[in-house]
Design a protein around this ligand. Structure first.
Ligand code: ZN
Length: 199
């Protein structure tokens, strides 16, 4: 169901209007009765408190990484992971929020959707150096940045096992190289929506 516009019967739909920041909204889904999609403004991540509802979460992406976080096969949140959000510590904030809410490090799995790959994502020398400073030189190849590697390194530093961070599509995931995806850098005018659905 990934990357399709879906609206399962009875699901609570949560959308984000992201701002390339590092804030996360903590949401109690069981208290929501509205049928309309709930739009979270000004945040790049959402964490769901324990819930019994069916939830669908949408992240608007065009090169950044849509990340869906599961615990024991249940969706517990989503993050829009771009350069600024990762540098601002959004993955670590999500992790600490989940731990504070009773989830264990061992139970969490991070699934990354299509995004720009490390070979295609070139930034200025200053931006590359700045980004690597907070993460690791490993994520750099000249002025090219590997967002997925950066996200993985930062999560692993906090105790997440490397095997718990995975790509939803292992081939042809690069948004810049595959025109079935939207890419800001390819100057694609479309805007894409990625969904993870919990049923
Ligand atoms: Zn690429």
């Amino acid at each position: 169901m990934f990357l399709k516009r879906v609206s399962p019967v009875g699901a609570k739909i949560v959308l984000m209007e992201q701002v390339h920041g590092a804030d996360i909204k903590v949401l109690s889904l069981d208290g929501i009765t509205e049928k309309k999609p709930l739009v979270l403004k000004g945040v790049d991540g959402v964490f769901f408190r324990k819930y019994s509802a069916i939830v669908s979460v949408g992240i608007r992406v065009a090169d950044c990484i849509p990340v869906f976080i599961l615990s024991e096969n249940k969706l517990i949140g989503a993050v829009h992971a771009g350069r600024r959000s990762i540098a601002g510590g959004i993955m670590e904030l999500f992790l600490s929020t989940a731990l504070d809410n009773g989830y264990s490090i061992e139970s969490m799995e991070f699934l990354a959707g299509p995004h720009i790959c490390g070979s295609c994502y070139e930034v200025s020398g200053a931006a590359a150096a700045e980004f690597a400073k907070g993460t690791s030189e490993e994520i750099l190849n000249g002025r090219h940045l590997n967002l997925y590697k950066a996200m993985t390194i930062r999560l692993c530093r906090k105790g997440i096992k490397k095997e718990s961070v995975n790509l939803l599509k292992s081939k042809e995931y690069c948004t810049f190289e595959n025109d079935r995806y939207c890419s800001y850098r390819r100057k694609d005018k479309r805007r894409s929506m990625a969904f993870a659905v919990q049923v």
